[in-house]
Ligand binder design. Sequence first.
Ligand SMILES: [Zn+2]
Length: 261
Amino acid sequence: MSNYDLSSEELQRYDRHIILDEIGQEGQQKLKESSVLIVGAGGLGSPVAYYLAAVGIGCIGIIDFDEIELSNLQRQILHSTSNIGSFKVDSAEKSLKALNPNLDIITYQASLKTDNVEDLVMRYDIVINCVDNFASRYLINDACVSNNIPLIEAGVLGFEGQVMVIIPGKGPCYRCIFPESSKQGRISADKEIGVLGAVAGTIGTLQATEAIKYLLGIGELLFSKLLIYDALHASFRKVELKANPRCPICGDDSSITELNN
Ligand SMILES: [Zn+2]
């Protein structure tokens, strides 16, 4: 008798995981019992959501307020031409259910704000940041750090992308590395940026992989490190990161006690 609550359909579906020593039925069961919140159903959120659904994460939350536009489709592969004008969360739910009907997909057609962010992140085991503006990055970072929820942060621009894993209390947070006063922190949220769709695919896939590793407790996480991908030169490099003792959210005498954006 197995101690695991995996149906014969699930055993077949996840066979290529189950035969891996690092996963097995025990790991597959852990994934089934896990919950992940994906913030943003766009260029990064698409590969993240697809892989997490394929891999069998039992509960996937997706928050996005936006509707699908034609110019989204070169990178936002959750959505199709026939879905233009619909809400991204609705199209995401349909695509993910078609791939794997066993999962709970919870959608929130909303923006993350100071009054809903903490309540939402606390319902999940880990949060994956797939947003495209700095105000939301700081807001999500602060909510996750304050509530001790791990966060996988990433960004893409042109032919480059970067990823870091934030484990609150154990290493640097987003604000430690990119203080709000820095040049990057001031880039306008509304400014349109170009990005090669496939680069978002690579970076989102890395985010999903780190989340799966975290949930399974396997391997070495991209923790206290920033991984930078340069697609034009086909190169990856890792930069060691250190927490800033004067960080306003995770530092010794943190000055941010209430979230604002
Ligand atoms: Zn910090």
